[in-house]
Design a protein around this ligand. Sequence first.
Ligand code: AMP
Length: 384
Amino acid sequence: MTATRVLVLNSGSSSLKYQLIDMATHNRLAQGIVERIGEGEVADHTEALRIVSAELAAAGHGLDDPRLAVIGHRAVHGGTRFTEPTLIDDEVVAEMQKLVPLAPLHNPANITGIEVARALRPDLPQVAVFDTAFHATIPEAAARYAIDAATADRFQIRRYGFHGTSHAYVSRATAALLGRAPEEVNVIVLHLGNGASASAVEQGRCVDTSMGLTPLEGLVMGTRSGDVDPAVIFHLARTGGMGIDEIDGLLNKRSGLVGLCGDNDMREIGRRIGEGDASARLAFDVYCHRIRKYVGAFTAVLGEVDAIAFTAGVGENSAAVREASMRGLGALGIELDPVRNALRSTAARVISADDSRVAVAVVPTDEELEIATQAYSLLGGRTS
Ligand code: AMP
C-alpha cells in the first residue's frame, strides 16, 4: 500500500487546526480545529493533539495508519534560514527556536505543535512549511529597509513577508486559470482575509510583498493598521505617554477596520454602509484606497502585469471591495466586468472585461493543500 496521505497541522497559540489530505485525489479525509488551548478543558498542545488523534482514529484514519506519509506543519517565520520546505530534525527545531524573537507570538506555538507531533510519531517524516519562504526571492532592493545597515543586520531587520503559501498557491492557480505556465505570467496577488497582504510575482518568483519584518506592514487589515508613518509611534510615546506594549496592541489589535469603525467583518461593514453609516464608509474607503495604491506600486515593480488575483475571505467574497479597489485603473489596463464580478461562486474565475489588458480573477486560496503538496513533494511524492 502506498502512503499518499498528508496530515497538515496549523498550531497557533490557542488553537490547533488539522486537515488530512489524500494527495492522489486531493480529497479532504478529515478536518477540524481544537480551540481554547490552555483555557480550561484542553490543558495544552499535547492534549490538543491527543484530541486530534482521537478524532482521526474515530474517522478511521488513526495517526498509526500506514497510508499516512508525512505530517506538514505550518510555520510562520523562517527568517533567512528557512527558505524552502524543511524536513524536521532536532537541529531544525533548535534553529526555529532562535527565530522566536522575530515572531514571538507565532513561532513558539508552531514549535510546540511540532514537538508534540514528533513525540507521538517519532518515526514519521515531518516537514515545516514556512509562511515567509515564498518571499525569499525578493531582491535586496525591495527587501532592505533604508535604515542603518549595521543595526538592521544585528537585529535581522528586513522585509520577510508572510502568507507565502497562499501567494505561492494563488499565483500558480491564476496562471492555470489563464491556461499559462507560472513562468509565463506576472501576477499581483491580493490576499485579503482578516490579515491582508499583496505580492508581486514575476514569472513564478515573488519580487515584492506588502508585509515586512512582521505581518503589520502594508494593507489595511481587520485589526492591524498596515502602513503608518513610524513617527506615529514616537509621537504616541512622547506626547501620548504610551508604553511600547500599548502601542503594539494599538497597531496590531485596535487599528485597521476595527480601529476605523468598530467592526472588522466586511459583511457587517457593508451592511452599515447600506444604512448610511459614515465611519463604516470611511473604513471601507481607506481599505480600498490602500489596495489601489499597492496595485499601482506593484504594477511599476513588475513592469508588465498579466493578472491580478483576489483571494481569502474578503477577496473571494466581497464584490464591493473588488469593484471599489479596481475603480479608475483603466489607465493601467484594468477593467472589471460588473456582471462577472457580482456573480457568486466558489470556483476560480475571471471577473475582468474581455478587453481588459490585465486579467482580474477571483482565485480561492488553499493553504492546507499547498502545505500538503510541498511536504509531500519534499519526500519525493508526486502530486496529481
Ligand atoms: P479569512 O481570514 O481569509 O478567513 O477572512 C476572514 C474575513 O473575510 C472576515 O473577517 C470577513 O471580513 C471576510 N468575509 C468572509 N465572508 C465574507 C463575505 N461573504 N462578504 C464579505 N466579507 C467576507
